[in-house]
Design a protein around this ligand. Sequence first.
Ligand SMILES: Nc1ncnc2c1ncn2[C@@H]1O[C@H](COP(=O)(O)OP(=O)(O)O)[C@@H](O)[C@H]1O
Ligand SMILES: [Mg+2]
Length: 296
Amino acid sequence: MEIDDPRPVAEPAPFHAPPPSSAPGLRPAAFAQQDLPLTDPSVLSAPTMLRVERLNLFYGQKQALTDIDLQVARNSVMAFIGPSGCGKSTLLRCLNRMNDLIDNVRIEGRVLLGDTDIYAPETDVIALRKRAGMVFQKSNPFPKSIYENVAYGLRIQGQSDRAVLDEAVERSLQGAGLWEEVKDRLKDSAQGLSGGQQQRLCIARALAVRPEVILMDEPCSALDPIATARVEELILELKREFTIVIVTHNMQQAARVSDHTAFFWMGKLIESGLTEKMFTNPGQRMTEDYITGRFG
Ligand SMILES: Nc1ncnc2c1ncn2[C@@H]1O[C@H](COP(=O)(O)OP(=O)(O)O)[C@@H](O)[C@H]1O
Ligand SMILES: [Mg+2]
């Protein structure tokens, strides 16, 4: 902790060393209004796509999420930020019941996708995961051809009509901005693609089943800057048709791609709001400290 740190010593924050700063004493290059995309006015009036209500999640005895209330607007991008271990991935997995696959998880509260109460006993989890697809940090193409990777979701739904599959594969690869790069080698192994192409292939695989929501858990953290920029452009295109929730460690990325940002700390939602406001004039001191790199 810096000597001139005005915070009381008793503040219960496990702050790490202050970030390296080339100009000690100055606030690290934060976010000036002109560096941020302006708030897209359409997100202010968009209907709610996802609604999280008083969500608590326990892994065994350990509580990982506490009283989370959050809404995600349709056709918008919501970024989850916060230090490692604060519960971002856990909350993301709650949004399509991926936590069901983990033993010993107990969840209280509600998550609504449109009008569907996703934890209601009658909810069809397979259908739900079709509506809310997930893209992971590490691109995970199957050891199959490019074509079969994209067609996979439809095949497991029983689709075998070649024309339907061809259309879906082309549409999805177009949607993921990959078609031009791979259209002449659809039968080649997906594992021969570059890392950035593999990640866009995984996005195409998610698009193939026509989801409403795309959940992305640090989708660029293994990519180089050029591939990252490509995925970020893609996110901005995809939100015209889909609702996107992205977990990111990269504050600049959150500022560039998201309409709303939610900041978490130790399983709690500290603050959420318009990205433009969160990055220039957050309501909570802790949010500002995190965004300006004082801890994390
Ligand atoms: N499968 C699991 N079993 C037990 N604890 C877990 C599991 N996954 C995550 N946790 C714990 O839950 C907390 C939140 O983790 P996570 O959601 O992965 O955070 P983040 O994505 O923000 O880094 C951490 O303390 C982590 O150790
Ligand atoms: Mg995570």
